[in-house]
Design a protein around this ligand. Structure first.
Ligand code: ADP
Length: 190
């Protein structure tokens, strides 16, 4: 199996690239952001819980997120591999993911981090907000909060997998195709 973590700040292009990677490598894309938006759209208890955090630009508590992720992985056991997008976002989530994969005699193959400067992120997310209908994309203060949370809580995940020799940094600026080629170069080495 090839199990990838697509990593990087909000608005770094993870979703866009994940779609293209799914097409090329036939992996299952699991985006915790998409899963939360689905739950919120259906007003499920999980969605209602997540909503209060997401609208403030905060992380949903680990136990909620990990439970949801585990369900999704366990519902799809017969796949060629997974692309995790937006997960893990904390060290405890990273540990939970490693444990889950280990139970299935599997592991993360590589973490690919899309590197994009802050100002470019804010510009991209505000633009996405014009059409995404996402409350968390429309307000600059919420976007800045998400970038802050990324730096404080999420960026240590890069170091966690770096210690295992699995982290790679990718330049996230350029055309969608250029960035895709950079990602594929890393994946084809696996
Ligand atoms: P972005 O485009 O900002 O990367 P996502 O679509 O991945 O956003 O996620 C939107 C929001 O959902 C996050 O700001 C956060 O509140 C919540 N969320 C998504 N994934 C996680 C996670 N792994 N842990 C905690 N909260 C999460």
């Amino acid at each position: 199996m090839i199990n990838l973590i697509l990593f990087g700040p909000p608005g770094s292009g993870k979703g866009t690239q994940a779609e293209k990677l799914v097409e090329k490598y036939g992996l299952l894309h699991i985006s915790t952001g998409d899963l939360f938006r689905y739950e919120m759209g259906n007003d499920t208890p999980l969605g209602l819980k997540a909503k209060s955090y997401i609208e403030k630009g905060e992380l949903v508590p680990d136990e909620v997120t990990v439970g949801m992720l585990r369900n999704k992985v366990e519902a799809n056991p017969d796949v060629k591999g997974y692309i995790f997008d937006g997960f893990p976002r904390t060290i405890p989530q990273s540990e939970a993911l490693d444990k889950l994969l280990c139970e299935k005699d599997n592991e993360i193959s590589k973490l690919l981090m899309l590197q994009v400067p802050d100002q470019e992120i804010v510009t991209r997310i505000l633009k996405r907000g014009e059409t995404s209908g996402r409350a968390d994309d429309n307000d600059e203060a919420t976007i800045r909060k998400r970038i802050d949370v990324y730096k404080k809580e999420t960026s240590p995940v890069y170091g966690y997998y770096q210690e295992k020799g699995k982290s790679e940094e990718i330049n996230g600026l350029g055309t969608i195709e250029e960035i895709f080629d950079r990602l594929c170069t890393e994946i084809d080495q696996l």
